[in-house]
Design a protein around this ligand. Structure first.
Ligand SMILES: Cc1cc2nc3c(=O)[nH]c(=O)nc-3n(C[C@H](O)[C@H](O)[C@H](O)COP(=O)(O)OP(=O)(O)OC[C@H]3O[C@@H](n4cnc5c(N)ncnc54)[C@H](O)[C@@H]3O)c2cc1C
Ligand code: FES
Length: 326
């Protein structure tokens, strides 16, 4: 469920040309790949949406040499950290670029639905609870603990899930229902274009944790703009040119993508040609960001009917086969 939260900037750095990595504290215990946060920009009516590029839990935030002199009392509860990556565009992103460690951020999260995470029951790291949730606990090189609680229904997709229903579980969110299956041999091809790599990096991290074989290919216009973290990078040309070869060699069951509309459309075309499922994270200029203003509506073809869907509340992740490109 969406919450109005305040966080403290834990880290901010330039990671590529006109590209910034921003990490801030959060009281959330989990947020899923595909979901986004909406950050308040002072003196601007509209919040700015950014995909989650990483999330971790770290109870040691208060003791790891970070400067928390300016921490607000309410932030003492903040044990987690959300990372977003953003490209400098206008006033909002230029304001965020100027933030410093210890500054406060006002944001809404978690927003939107999530990519479907294939199940991998053979992975001993995945422990199912009596409620049917799966908890994955891991610690990364920074000593940063990630706890992913993902509802079984979300992960199993077609196993009794009504596509439009809201799964009950640790995370109140909707996932794009998907028939990816439950064995451990599933493979996923992730395609990021430009700053669209942001949600792909978090998705890759979760797939890696669940031992789901995956390959992330990303495309950037120039070498200076390359954001690290992919298995393969295309500089200058179109990332799409590599996708058919990767499908032939890697034989994925599902494609995930985020990037400009033209790239997403091509990913959907390739998926259709190869009879593969595609899940794409769409971007639309947003006003309210919570499904009220209908300013971010796209058209979907579902069950032989044309339906309107708002990217902020029904998405941003959609089944590529359902999107009507206008
Ligand atoms: C669900 C979602 C997730 C997003 N995730 C990321 C992310 O991870 N990293 C990132 O850098 N950006 C992301 N964006 C885009 C980001 O929200 C915009 O770049 C940002 O709001 C621009 O704010 P600004 O004030 O700097 O620019 P503005 O002054 O608001 O706009 C500057 C220019 O950017 C264009 N623009 C603004 N918003 C968008 C948009 N949503 N899509 C396309 N063009 C836009 C405007 O039309 C204008 O030409 C995401 C958008 C959505 C909807
Ligand atoms: S931005 Fe208002 S409905 Fe999506």
């Amino acid at each position: 469920m969406k919450k109005h939260l305040k966080g403290i900037v834990l880290n901010i750095e330039n990671i590529a040309k006109d590209t910034v990595r921003l990490e801030f504290s959060t009281p959330l215990e989990s947020i899923l790949p595909g979901q986004f946060v909406s950050i308040l920009i002072p003196h601007k009516t509209l919040r700015r949406p950014f995909s989650v590029a990483d999330f971790c839990l770290n109870s040691a935030f208060g003791t790891n040499n970070r400067n928390f002199d300016s921490i607000l009392e309410e932030n003492a509860k903040n044990k987690g950290a959300i990372t977003v990556l953003f490209k400098l565009k206008g006033d909002g992103t230029n304001y965020l670029k100027g933030l410093q460690k210890g500054d406060m951020i006002d944001y809404l999260a978690p927003l939107g639905n999530t990519f479907t995470i294939p199940d991998n029951k053979n992975n001993p790291k995945n422990t199912a609870s009596a409620s049917g949730d799966i908890t994955i606990k891991t610690t990364d090189a920074r000593g940063c603990e990630t706890v992913d609680r993902i509802n079984q229904t979300v992960m199993n997709g077609t196993k009794g899930m009504d596509k439009d229903s809201e799964p009950s579980g640790a995370i109140e969110t909707k996932a794009v229902a998907c028939a990816i299956g439950v064995n451990s041999s599933k493979k996923a091809l992730l395609i990021g274009a430009g700053i669209g790599i942001a949600p792909m990096l978090y998705l890759k991290k979760i797939l890696d944790k669940k031992s789901i074989s995956n390959y992330l290919i990303s495309g950037f216009k120039t070498e200076e703009e390359v954001i690290k973290g992919s298995d393969g990078v295309v500089i200058g040309g179109s990332v799409i040119d590599k996708v058919q070869n990767l499908i032939d060699e890697f034989r994925p069951e599902i494609l995930y993508s985020c990037g400009p509309k033209v790239v997403l459309q091509m990913v959907c075309d390739i998926a259709k040609k190869n009879e593969l499922r595609a899940e794409i994270a769409m971007e639309k200029v947003m006003a309210c960001g919570i499904g009220v203003c209908r300013g971010c509506v796209i058209k979907l073809e579902k069950d032989d009917a044309i339906k309107n869907a708002s990217v902020c509340a029904d998405g941003p992740v959609f089944s590529g086969a359902e999107v009507i490109w206008e």
